[in-house]
Design a protein around this ligand. Structure first.
Ligand SMILES: [Fe+2]
Length: 293
């Protein structure tokens, strides 16, 4: 039987009693999408998925996105990526830790991701969490004056631009002119109204956010950094430690996230080995598209 229990944390809920290889019904998807919008992050426990069944689940949430880092796409599923430390390319620290900074998936594109999911295949004994900041709660906790200013701001985003905290790593670098040209500067409101819930949230003040329309760049950088520091306070953050079989899905319009830094294992049997499969999507879940049509 399907159960959805809020986590004892700033945000998130745990889902049990569902087998995603057998049930992708509209009634299940309505329950899951509603839970995601209520809690921002869902952890669906005890799944046993192959790539094809995971991808079918991903498609229920929107249109899967082929990542601008096209050299990191899965060969058989171009809109899926691996995240971890078990592949040859992951020996490169800038790749392996390229998500160990606060960010919002595809915020550097004109139509950003609306949800991302991570399926846990190999789990390290220590480390390897994903940290989520609840950007609705962070927005609502702003003082009145800052909230009024934020409501009227438009932010410029460019891949690779960021002011890092001391504990953050740089994003995985783009490779070559083709990738650079694919993601020119784009603009998003600093405060987004959620397309389903209508709730306001601060949007994407981590990686990529570098400019505010009508503001001097240095002043904008200071302001965006200050807002990022506000959003990532422990009172707004849930750190998820994975078990094998977790599908962790998050509303990217209402959260920011970051990975923990990932060490290198000596072998795939090492306690530090880690592997997640990632799918990001654009647009509305199929059950909401049907309702809107
Ligand atoms: Fe991410």
């Amino acid at each position: 039987m399907l159960t959805i229990e809020p986590l004892d944390a700033a945000c998130g809920a745990q889902v049990r009693g569902v087998d995603l290889t057998r049930d992708l019904s509209d009634s299940l998807m309505r329950a899951l999408t509603q839970a995601l919008y209520d809690h921002r992050v869902l952890v669906i426990k005890d799944q046993r998925l192959d790539k094809a069944s995971y991808y079918r689940f991903g498609e229920q949430w929107g249109d899967p996105i082929a990542h601008v880092l096209d050299h990191m796409r899965m060969k058989d599923f171009p809109a899926m990526m691996t995240i971890g430390n078990t592949e040859e390319r992951d020996k490169d620290d800038t790749v392996r830790n390229g998500a160990a900074l606060w960010h919002t998936d595809q915020s550097y594109e004109a139509v950003p991701a609306s949800a991302t999911m991570l399926y846990s295949v190999i789990v390290p004994r220590v480390g390897g969490q994903t940290h989520f900041a609840d950007m609705v709660a962070a927005y609502e906790a702003l003082d009145d004056e800052t909230r009024d200013r934020a409501d009227r701001m438009t932010v410029g985003h460019l891949y690779g631009q960021t002011r890092l905290r001391a504990d953050e790593y740089a994003v995985t670098p783009l490779q070559g002119d083709r990738q650079v040209e694919a993601v020119p500067t784009c603009w998003h409101p600093l405060v987004r109204v959620h397309p389903v819930t209508g709730r306001k949230a601060l949007y994407a003040v981590g990686h990529g956010a570098f400019r505010i329309r009508g503001m001097d760049d240095a002043e904008a950088s200071d302001f965006l950094f200050r807002i990022k520091e506000h959003c990532v306070q422990p009172r707004f953050v849930y750190a998820h430690g994975y078990e094998v079989g977790d599908v962790c899905i998050f509303d990217t319009l209402s959260t920011m996230h970051r990975a923990s830094p990932i060490g290198l294992p000596d072998s795939i049997d090492d306690d530090r080995a880690r592997l997640l499969w990632r799918i990001s999507v654009r647009g509305l879940p199929a059950v909401h598209r049907a309702a809107a049509a």
